[in-house]
Ligand binder design. Sequence first.
Ligand code: 8YV
Length: 323
Amino acid sequence: RPKIFLTRQLPSESMQLLKSQSELTYNHDDRYLSKEEIIAEIQGVDGLLCLLTDTIDDDVLGANPDLKVVANFAVGFNNIDVAAATARGIPVTNTPGVLTDTTADMAWALLLAAGRRVVEGDRFVRSRQWQGWGPLQFLGGDVTGSTLGLIGFGRIAQAVARRARGFDMKILYWNRTRLSADEESKLGVQYASMDDVLAKSDFVSVHVALNDQTRHLIGPRELSLMKSTASIINTARGPIIDEAAMVDALKNGSIASAGLDVYENEPQLEPELYDLANVVIAPHLGSATIGTRTKMGNMAAENCLAACRGQVPPNLVNPESLD
Ligand code: 8YV
C-alpha cells in the first residue's frame, strides 16, 4: 500500500477510494497548507495529491527524493512547475474531460447573468428599492442571435460553443491552431484573428490554459477593441486577463459587463471589482458540482495510485518524465 499525502479533503467517494488502497494522510482542516507545511507532510510519502491552490515548485518537488507522482485535482496545472518535475523524473497528472460540461455550464451561467443583469436585479430587489416594473429597468443585451467569441478552442470552449448553437448565436473562435474546414462546419464555428474575435463579439469567453504565453493575453489594447455593449466571461484562469485594465474598461464603459469565476490573485480581487455593479463575481465554481468533483477526485486518486504502483498514470501531462 503506497503512502499518499492529500492536501485537502475530497468528496467522500474519492476519500474512500484512497483510504482503501493506500496509507493516506491528509490535511483535515478547511484551509490551504503553506509550502512549508506541504514539504513537511510529504516526507516519506510515495504520492502527493494536490489542488490548484497548492504551489508545487522545485523546492517542494526536491523535498522528497522518493516522490513518485504529483497528481493534481484539476484539469489546469499552472500551480505545478512541470518542467522541474520532468527534470526530476516525477510524473504529473491532471483531470481532463470530466469537468468539461460542468465548466461550460458555468460559463453560460455567467454569460446569461452578466448579459441579462440577473445579479444586479437580484440585489436591487433584495435592497427593497423595487417600486414595480418599468419599461427601461435593467435593460441588458440580447443573448439569442448575438455573436459569441471564444478565445482558445479546447474541450471547454467547444462545449460552450455547442450550447451557443441553441441560442442561434454566430460563433467566432481564435486558437493557436485552426480546425479543419470540415470540423469548423460540423461545430458551426468560424475562425477569426484574436482582434476580430474581440471586435466583433457581443460575448467574449476566455478558454486558454495559463502559461507564459497567455499571461495578460487580454490587456488594455485587447479590451479597447471590444464593443462597448459587450461582456467578457472568464472561467479559465484570472491572470489571462489584466484585471486592473479590465476594471478600467468596466468603469469607463468601454465594455458593458463581466462574468468572472477566476481572478489574478485568488482569493483577492482587484479592490474596485467588489463594488462594480456590472460584474458577476463567482468564487471559482467552474467544476463545483457533487458529481464532477467526485469524478475529478476519483480520477486524481487513480492517477496517484497508478503512479505509486509503478504504472503509467492514465492522465500523465509530462510523458518525458518517464524517459
Ligand atoms: C477546480 C479548475 O475548481 O480543474 C481546474 O483547472 O480550475 C477547477 O476545476 C479547481 O482547479 C480545483 O482544484
